[in-house]
Design a protein around this ligand. Structure first.
Ligand code: TRP
Length: 454
């Protein structure tokens, strides 16, 4: 409907942008850790099934809404269900990615700080306690984290304001292949370390006794998070995909890259963790405590190699975070440009101001604002909990219900089968429809309750 709306150049560009959104800290740390804790190869099999039978249908539900309407979240739902309450889902999914962006930018900023350190002084602590206290001191100081948060958000603003094609598409086209090359390089190095075998075993040894119902729910939750579902980013990016494109193929390509990156990241990190003789654990502490310690330890043996790997690693983390953050940023910009008729430039500035303020509060909640609590949580943890445990799953559930139960089946079929031209898509449509209407809603409710009560 909007004639001058921008589009991604082709399928590769679309897949790289979507994979850019999906591939982030979830792949680099959360996935490898979960694999090891939850049954190794057995978990990988469950995860694959969860991606294929749950996340792909949810991904496609979001993508169908965006692709059908060629509009951002709010406009898309208004177009498909005018004058109904569904517009609130549109509005919700304008705000949830911006809340994620605010605290994501704080962590992105920390990564820039560590990249900076790897380029200047490097890492030399002789024990993990020293590394941990340096990390605690860094994040609780008001100055530098705020500065790096600003730098990170500014970087996103520059890319997003350049537009869908010459900003987002171009950035992902350069960054994503580079990130793959870097993570493969780091993996090769990591696998060559003495003691790497134990890390490999941690990832591949199948232990089916660990596949409990809660492990299955964890696999579903992880695939949901890793694919950036439920907050309208997939919808918005899909709205920039050309009419004639096959969205099932695009979706499978994205999921494939996301999975591949997670697996390579696992084989890049775990062998090094085990070679350094430390126990793997979860959370941001691993990137900012465990890794610097590993680099320091390796540096004692061959300083320059360790220094180079440290730079490459933090570079990978910073840019993986950038490609995810710009997808959240774009959701808000698309809304302001399409619904509020702002120029792209003005929209970028407005979102910068809003997310900078919320991000600054999140950042300060590790230091001066540590005593300010919302429901007993710090501002940062509250934003994280609200989005990861609540808004993402709630949004995902509503998207799935919208496509499965509200939209006209003929329209959904038309989208899914590329107007009936793809024979493969026609053959699997009924399976998709069943997964979407019955399996996905139930699974999302299960994820929601495990997130909430586990
Ligand atoms: N998928 C991202 C990762 O693996 C994290 C993420 C969750 C995300 N929800 C999102 C990114 C929404 C962009 C938009 O790290």
């Amino acid at each position: 409907m909007t004639g001058k709306r921008e589009h991604f150049g082709g399928r590769t560009a679309a897949i790289l942008a979507l994979a850019g959104s999906a591939i982030g800290l979830g792949n680099i740390w959360r996935f490898p850790y979960m694999v090891g804790q939850t049954g190794g190869a057995a978990f990988i099999i469950i995860y694959l099934l969860a991606c294929l039978f749950l996340s792909v249908p949810i991904f496609l539900a979001e993508a169908i809404i965006g692709h059908r309407t060629h509009a951002g979240t709010f406009g898309a739902l208004e177009q498909l269900a005018p004058g109904t309450k569904w517009k609130w889902l549109g509005l919700l999914t304008v705000f949830s990615p911006l809340i994620i962006l605010s605290y994501y930018s704080v962590v992105g900023g920390w990564s820039i700080g560590y990249l900076f350190q790897s380029l200047t002084e490097g890492f030399h602590a002789s024990d993990i306690g020293t590394v941990s206290s340096a990390y605690a001191k860094f994040i609780s100081s008001p100055g530098r984290p705020l500065l790096f948060h600003t730098v990170f958000l500014l970087g996103c603003a520059v890319i997003v304001s350049a537009g869908v094609k010459s900003g987002i598409e171009k950035f992902n086209k350069i960054t994503m292949p580079l990130l793959f090359a870097l993570i493969v390089l780091i993996m090769t190095y990591s696998l060559s370390l003495p003691g790497a075998k134990e890390g490999v075993a941690y990832l591949v040894k199948p232990d089916f006794s660990k596949i409990t119902p809660s492990a299955v729910a964890a696999a579903m939750g992880q695939s949901f998070f890793s694919l950036s579902l439920g907050v309208g980013t997939i919808l918005t990016y899909a709205s920039y995909i050309r009419r004639e494109e096959n969205i099932l193929a695009t979706g499978l390509g994205t999921v494939g890259f996301d999975l591949l990156f997670a697996l390579i990241a696992g084989f890049a990190i775990m062998p090094a963790v085990f070679a350094a003789g430390i126990e793997p654990g979860a959370g941001p502490g691993l990137i900012f405590e465990t890794l610097p310690y590993i680099f320091a330890k390796m540096g004692a043996a061959v300083p320059w190699v360790s220094a180079v790997v440290a730079v490459l690693f933090f570079f990978t983390i910073v840019f993986a975070a950038f490609t995810s953050a710009i997808s959240m940023y774009e959701v808000g910009v698309a809304y302001l440009v399409e619904q509020r008729k702002l120029s792209r430039h003005k929209a970028t500035v407005l979102i910068f101001v809003g997310t900078w303020i919320l991000g600054a509060l999140c950042s300060l909640s590790f230091g001066p604002l540590a005593q300010t609590k919302l429901f007993g949580l710090s501002i940062f943890s509250f934003c994280d909990m609200l989005t990861s445990n609540f808004l993402m799953t709630f949004g995902g559930l509503l998207f799935v219900l919208f496509v499965g139960w509200k939209m006209d089946k003929a329209v959904v079929r038309d989208e899914f089968t590329v107007g009936g031209t793809s024979r493969f898509n026609c053959a699997v449509f009924d399976a998709f429809w069943f997964l979407l209407r019955y399996v996905a809603p139930v699974a999302i409710v299960v994820i929601f309750f495990t997130n909430f009560f586990a």
